[in-house]
Structure formats: structure tokens, C-alpha cells
Design a binder for this molecule. Sequence first.
Ligand code: ADP
Ligand code: MG
Length: 371
Amino acid sequence: MKVEIKNLTKKYGKKTALNDINITIPEGSFTVILGPSGSGKTTLLRILAGLLYPSEGQIFFNEKNITNIPANKRNIAMVFQNYPLFPHMTVEENLRFPLESQKEGNLFKRRTFSSSDVQDKVDETLKLFKLEEHRNKYPSQLSGGEQQRVAIGREVIRKPVIFLFDEPLSNIDARLRYEMRTWIRKLHGILKTTMVYVTHDQSEALSLGDTIILLQDGEIAQMGPPEDLYDEPNQKFVAQFIGNFPMNFLKFKSSKNSVSLVIDKQILLPKNLQKRILKENITEGEIGFRAESIRELDPNKTVDENQIVLECSITDSEKILDQQVLTLNYKGENLFFVTKTKKKFTISQKLSVLLHSESLYTFTGDNKRVF
Ligand code: ADP
Ligand code: MG
């Protein structure tokens, strides 16, 4: 199912939850809607489901305008954080239920299942979800992961035209979350049904989505493949939101012939970057650089004009598996530095780091990225 959202606005009273949203979701894709709490993710998903109606704008399923069609006619699967199974039914009965209770009048139903089909479908689903040995158990006899597989299986079995997930994994422990994430991705590979997945967790979004739609205050901040949002953020908000470590920022100011850091006017930006900033008449802004892109200064190598050196001291260090995460103090500013070196660092030790212009992002005063 291809989904198009055109000029969609949703207001709750005076509060604008979504503002003029335009999205095309290709048939068979896995799209993640990402954003902080309150950015409008659930509102958007509920509008797609037909549980809420937009204040303005239209929604199309395969070119058909379904804006005013209610949820029960859309043949959509919705998976939430908590999706209770019927406790008095076995796994098999839970799976059978949606097929036997399916009603006529669904606009996008591919076909109805005859009663002789039902057992085949149930068996097929038990197999796909690796639940065969649990078919006669009740939900209370299953682990959390197994219960979730039954719950999703119950949606899969009725062949919805689109799956909508609203933070389905946010209440479960890290290990199971990781397992379920891989599993949902695999399920998408098998079913090839369009999936729209809401999360506030950027690492989940990066690992799942073909496309990420990042929302901020009801508007699309940036939309694209995960690598684009990580490598080419279009504004400061995106650069801060995407990535395992917060991006570092330092303010700069231009004078007539040069561009220097505000915190230390002695430090000029890399030569090539200064040229571009002056050419564009940018008077002030910020440079941003990822914790992963910082290098420790090698005293035996010369520093070229497109690099800058910051003399810092270490205020904190943390080891995460093969990585060391250092918090550096640079003239009162905190910078994060992630390195894979085996070298031991000590707190309050001096450390000079090197930034190369290629790993610097430049933002103007209004937080837009320019280069
Ligand atoms: P998210 O899922 O990204 O956390 P929501 O879509 O739930 O965001 O909410 C978006 C905004 O709309 C928030 O500011 C929220 O407070 C507001 N909102 C959501 N539902 C309602 C409602 N029923 N009435 C009034 N305001 C609402
Ligand atoms: Mg929500």
C-alpha cells in the first residue's frame, strides 16, 4: 500500500499538533516516524489508522482518498506498547480470532478466508512466528517475547494492507528489545507489507527504517534514509537528535578577514572553512563535530591549515566495550570524545585534540546547516 499525506494539519483546540505535513510512503517500505515526546508522532499514526481525523489535508491509500473513512474499514494493523491478548484463549485461539471475526465491508481487504482456510493460516503463522510448540498454551504461560509474537501474529494473519507500530518496544528490557527489533525487520522482509513505525529512540530508528521522518513540534525537521540524517543533518536539531553521542558545538564569529571561535579568539577556523564563511557573509554561527570524528593530536605530525587544535583537559571517562567516552573541558565548554584507542587516560590530564575541516558542520545563527 502506497500512502500519501497531503497538507495535513491537526489541531486539538488551539494546540497545533501537526502542521502542514506532506509525506509519501512507498508501497512495501519501512518508514520510521521519529521525534521527541510531544512532537506529534502518535497523532500522525492515529490519523493514518483512522482513529483520529485531520483538521485539514488529505490522506490517500493507493491514490484513493480515505481521509474520512473510519478505522474499521481501512484494514490496518495497529501495534501499541501494550497489546493485550485474550487471556482465556490459547495461542491458537488468539490467532484464529481475527479471521473468524472478520466482517464484510472492508475497503482494502484482499480476500476473505473460508473456514477451511483458517487452520492452514493459523499453522502457517505459528510456524512463521516460531510458536508451534506453544499453540495450546494460554498467554500467562508465555514469556514477554512470546506474547508479543502472538500479538503481532494476530495482526499478520488477517493480512492488513499496512502495519502501524506505536513504540511497541519501549516497555521491555534492552535485550528483548534488541531481539524484537531484529525480528520485526525480518518480518518486514518476509511480508513486504508497508510498515510505519513510531519511536522516540534514534538508535531504533536508524536500525529499522529505510526512511526516517524526524518530527519536531508537529513539523518535519528532516526526512530521508538514516545515513542522510546522520551524515547530512539539515539543522542543529537533527544533528543533536541523531547519533549515539550528542554532537559538540562551538560558536564562531567573523571579523573582516578571519573567522575565530568566540570562546578563544586566538583559534581560527580551518582555512578552507573560513573562506567559505566569509564568502557567504556569515557573521556568526556554530561549528558542530561528532564525538567520533575527534582525533588526539599526534605531536610528531604537523598540523595543516585545514585542521585546528583544541587544548582540553579530561573531566570524565567512561569505558563502553571497546570504546572510551571522554568528557573534555575546553575553556569551560564540555566536549565529548569517543575513541577506540587502548591507551589509558586519567581525569584532569591535559589532552590536545585535532579537528579536521572535513568533519566540521557549519550552522548559522538560526540553527540551519549551511555546509
Ligand atoms: P508524541 O506521540 O510524539 O509524543 P502526540 O502526538 O501524542 O506526540 O502529541 C502531540 C501534541 O499534541 C502534544 O503536545 C500533546 O500534548 C498534544 N495532544 C495529544 N493528544 C491530545 C489531546 N487529545 N488533546 C489535546 N492535546 C493533545
Ligand atoms: Mg506517542
